[in-house]
Design a protein around this ligand. Structure first.
Ligand SMILES: Cc1cc2nc3c(=O)[nH]c(=O)nc-3n(C[C@H](O)[C@H](O)[C@H](O)COP(=O)(O)O)c2cc1C
Length: 325
């Protein structure tokens, strides 16, 4: 019998497919469906530090009375958090798959106090999505990276549930960022987040949001770093994210060494049943190759397992294109 069970962040997953943090996981009924179709876990939509702070400051701007503003500030913060806490509890009651809460943050400040409430509500783990757009030409990259380190260091003292950091792909040395997070207690990393991107409408002469969904070719950047990190930093769990649209992409990420794989755009586009289709394709591939479990092949094509590890390095890129005329 082919088994899809795997482990991620010390949690037992019935399958390696996790439904990514997004509005997909805003409803308990939808999460029940994902479970029915075989999802191994869900990451709830993020509680946004930015969203909370924006609401608070807009209320402050619109109130003439300091006392009223103070009251509203606390009310809004508490209600946002309370809604989130209630959602965690409701999801935990409804399904028996791991429920990973998520916080999107840009600093090591106010939101940290929310983390213990998330743990108390019963979340099985926390995914921390850190994003700080470096728009200050005078600030060194190291200063930005230290925000990540400081968050991990503080959070490690506050909660005991496993923590994964969902990071972007634009670092000079992603491995060093991962290593620093691991050193500060991270149990896993999600490689990579896909950020909201601007585009330009040349007819309307306006800056507009780019397509929010990924395309299947977006998977390759993630694939490279999953394959490299799973070999060079094997102590940390990796959840592969971005561009996983079908069963074949799921297989590729597992071969590259991912412990789990997150799917978002493909479920938005194809519906919850797509989870079942992807897992069926994974199973069929395993049967064809004679693998009985994920552990039989996970990481077998990562950087340390192939004859020519340079295939994952940039120099190979030049070699390939030099013969392309
Ligand atoms: C509509 C939408 C909402 C999202 N909301 C969140 C969020 O709240 N928190 C988060 O960490 N990522 C969020 N993401 C990013 C996804 O979790 C995921 O990392 C990204 O879409 C790349 O995966 P994909 O290629 O499978 O879509 C969102 C993505 C979409 C399309």
């Amino acid at each position: 019998m082919t088994k899809l069970e795997t482990s991620y962040l010390g949690l037992s997953l019935k399958s390696p497919l996790i439904v990514s943090s997004s509005g997909l996981n805003s409803s308990v009924d939808k999460i029940k469906e994902y479970k029915k179709y075989g999802a191994g876990a869900v990451v709830l939509k993020s509680l946004f530090e930015e969203q909370i702070l924006n609401e608070v400051s807009s209320l402050e701007r619109h109130s003439d009375y300091t006392e009223a503003a103070d009251y509203l500030k606390h009310y809004v913060t508490a209600n946002n958090v309370q809604e989130y806490i209630n959602h965690i509890k409701a999801v935990k009651e409804a399904v028996d798959i791991p429920v990973i809460a998520s916080i999107n943050c840009m600093s090591d400040s106010q939101w940290l106090s929310f983390a213990s409430r998330i743990q108390e509500a019963g979340a099985d783990a926390l995914e921390v999505n850190i994003y700080y757009l470096p728009v200050d030409p005078k600030r060194k990259a190291e200063e930005y990276e230290n925000i990540y380190n400081s968050i991990a260091e503080k959070l490690n003292k506050i909660i005991t549930i496993p923590v994964a950091y969902k990071i972007g792909s634009h670092f000079t040395n992603p491995l060093n960022v991962i290593e620093n997070l691991r050193f500060r207690g991270a149990n896993g990393v999600v490689l990579f987040n896909r950020f909201f991107e601007p585009d330009i409408d040349v007819n309307a002469m306006k800056v507009v949001p780019a397509d929010i969904f990924s395309s299947p070719s977006d998977l390759r950047y993630t694939l490279r770093w999953v394959a490299i990190a799973s070999h060079l930093i094997p102590e940390i769990d990796i959840s592969a994210s971005t561009g996983v649209h079908d069963g074949e992409a799921l297989v590729k990420m597992l071969l590259a060494g991912a412990n789990s794989v997150q799917v978002c755009s493909a479920i938005y586009k194809n519906g919850a049943q797509h989870i079942e289709v992807m897992l069926r394709d994974l199973k069929e591939w395993m049967d064809k190759k004679g693998y009985k479990s994920i552990a039989d092949f996970r990481g077998s094509l990562n950087m340390g397992s192939i004859a020519d590890p340079a295939q994952y390095e940039r120099s190979q890129f030049m070699k390939y294109f030099s013969s392309y005329e």
